[in-house]
Ligand binder design. Structure first.
Ligand code: UTP
Length: 411
């Protein structure tokens, strides 16, 4: 993009400030900024206007219905059958795992990748290490499960260095691949693009929803096909208690005939802040907790159980066939309030302590709808759910340590 083209497009969108000080930049910096401007998705940026005007479309305007889960008691009665089917898929090399580690973990406030958080009490136990250990327990016989790790521009180098320094935590190096997700610009609460340095737009990872297209862009689909992988278990970096490529979950999903499976837990209380599985306009979907009306959140069936009572824990199984089919379908873009470091008009770097603007993210929860079906698969939260979003309080390092110890994990 030339300077004139950039100037025009920025002027059309009221964002000319981005070119302030352009003449003082080096040729390289000018080129980087013009490329960044050329990559801006203006449709996404204009979404902020509907947020500011209060004209955003809400899920609650659509038809929402419950979606029952495969519950623990049913799973227990068919456990052996499910496990055998899952183990067979794993042994045949038909299963892979994708670790979503591209997030910024702003709530945790670390200056390193979230997976480097030390959750140990008696010695070091890094999140990355614990997740790799969890995955190892699903590898049976001589088969190791290929692991793909999604990073972002901001943490890729450090993540690779950390894995190498720790000798990949004993996992076969040839079965680990890293790939980088895309970035998106961020704006302040008035919709103005923020700068993170003179001549550089403030950008951040564009959400965890783009993982499959990023994997494809990195050329790794060939690797999956070469290995004969048919199912991918994606999982978050911040739940050290989760099972990864759990054979029972893999087997139950395959035998259900569904193209995807979603691990869910029973909500602790009707208003717990987690996405809930449901049908939206007859399609299996995940609805965010703030989109559920009070009435829906509190609704109970004749047994007294919450009707919208199963929350997702960011652990899904997806069939590759279907992923390839939907790869070019557009996921909705969410506007998320975050703390975004930026430079003010004097060029001083400000690191806000409270959210100061919006990021644009596509989310993996929206893939469930595109998959066309899903098997909501219940897991016991005390055995599989210890999310770490903050250092203290709810969903924190403190609460996760307690949950890990209760579950009998040595930390
Ligand atoms: P979160 O939604 O908790 O986001 O990510 P986050 O960026 O880690 O943390 P906050 O909100 O800034 O505090 C859930 C999972 O999705 C991954 C995270 O690494 C985590 O495993 N993720 C999130 C990505 O891989 N990329 C993203 O752009 C966002």
């Amino acid at each position: 993009m030339t300077f004139d083209e950039a100037f025009k497009v920025l002027k059309d969108h009221g964002q000319e400030h981005v070119l302030n000080g352009f003449n003082e930049l080096s040729d390289k910096e000018k080129e980087i900024l013009l490329n960044q401007i050329g990559d801006i998705n203006w449709d996404d940026i204009s979404l902020v206007k509907s947020r500011i005007n209060g004209t955003e479309k809400k899920e609650s305007e659509k038809k929402i219905m419950p979606l029952p889960a495969l519950e623990l008691s049913e799973i227990e009665s068919k456990k052996d059958e499910y496990r055998a089917a899952g183990n067979k898929a794993i042994q045949d090399g038909r299963t892979a795992a994708v670790l979503l580690a591209g997030g910024m973990g702003t709530r945790l406030g670390l200056d390193k990748p979230k997976g480097e958080l030390d959750i140990g009490e008696t010695g070091n136990l890094y999140l990355f290490e614990r997740l790799v250990e969890n995955l190892k327990t699903s590898c049976s016989g001589n088969t190791s499960i290929p692991l793909y790790i999604m990073t972002s521009e901001k943490n890729d180098e450090e993540t690779r260095r950390f894995f190498k320094e720790h000798d990949y935590f004993g996992y076969p190096k040839e079965d680990i691949n890293f790939f980088i997700q895309e970035m998106a610009p961020a704006v302040d609460f008035h919709g103005k693009l923020l700068m993170e340095a003179p001549g550089r737009l403030a950008t951040s990872p564009n959400g965890n929803g783009g993982w499959f297209s990023s994997l494809a862009r990195a050329g790794l689909i060939d690797d999956l096909h070469r290995r004969g992988v048919e199912w991918i278990n994606i999982f978050s970096v911040d739940n050290p208690l989760q099972n990864i490529c759990d054979p029972v979950f893999v087997g139950a999903t395959i035998l259900s005939g569904c193209k995807s499976g979603s691990k869910v837990v029973r909500k602790n209380d009707p208003h717990e802040k987690m996405g809930v599985v449901c049908l939206i306009d007859d399609m299996p979907s995940v609805i965010e907790y703030y989109e559920l009306t009070e009435e829906m959140a509190d609704a109970r069936d004749e047994k007294g159980s919450l009707i919208y009572g199963f929350g997702v824990i960011l652990n899904y199984l997806f069939s590759i066939d279907k992923l390839e089919e939907i790869m070019n379908d557009k996921l909705p873009v969410h506007i998320v309030e975050k703390k975004i470091p930026y430079i003010d008009e004097n060029g001083t770097l400000i690191k806000p302590t409270e959210p100061n603007g919006y990021k644009f993210e596509s989310l993996v929860v929206d893939m469930v709808r595109l998959m066309g079906d899903t098997l909501p698969f219940e897991v016991a939260r005390e055995k599989e759910f210890a999310p770490i979003k903050n250092l203290h309080g709810v969903d924190s390092l403190d609460s996760a340590r307690e949950l890990l110890k209760k579950a009998g994990v040595r930390i």
